[in-house]
Design a protein around this ligand. Structure first.
Ligand SMILES: [Zn+2]
Ligand SMILES: [Zn+2]
Ligand SMILES: [Zn+2]
Length: 144
């Protein structure tokens, strides 16, 4: 119940970014969606569209560097973007039936990674992992 929970929009200014209507719009669109969105879908939903798709894309890249968003490659090979709530290392799950995503603020891979390091001789510094399956609602519907 922290006070900051009411406004989950990351602070553009704190990250050294100029606060523009487009940047705020993109963050709001990502926050309001429970599904990953393509650049076009984000662009269609923001009120500030004067600067076009390339700017939206550049802003998304910047947000990804800040850890506010992640890209997800769908089975259709289309890149979509999802917001990140956690500032810690985390993973996303996506329902293959309805497309909804959820975030887990945990990893659980430490042992497996150490094992992979000893097999490969690599020092693993980061990893990305997207988990796919059926969400609770879709599981319930399937069982009916
Ligand atoms: Zn994320
Ligand atoms: Zn689902
Ligand atoms: Zn992890």
């Amino acid at each position: 119940m922290a006070d900051s929970a009411t406004t989950s929009t990351p602070s553009l200014r704190a990250a050294g970014m100029r606060q523009t209507p487009q940047r705020e719009g993109i963050l709001r669109v990502l926050r309001d969606s429970d599904r990953p969105l393509t650049v076009e879908e984000i662009w269609e939903r923001i009120p500030e569209r004067r600067s076009g798709l390339p700017t939206v894309y550049r802003n998304l890249e910047r947000f990804m560097r800040e850890g506010w968003a992640e890209s997800v490659l769908g089975t259709d090979q289309i890149m979509r973007f999802v917001r990140c709530d956690s500032c810690h290392h985390h993973h996303h799950l996506q329902c293959e039936r309805c497309g909804r995503t959820a975030e887990v603020d945990a990893c659980g891979l430490d042992d497996s990674l150490r094992n992979l390091e000893s097999i490969s001789g690599f020092k693993i510094t980061r990893h990305q992992l997207m988990l796919f399956g059926l969400c609770g609602a879709c599981r319930a519907e399937k069982d009916r």
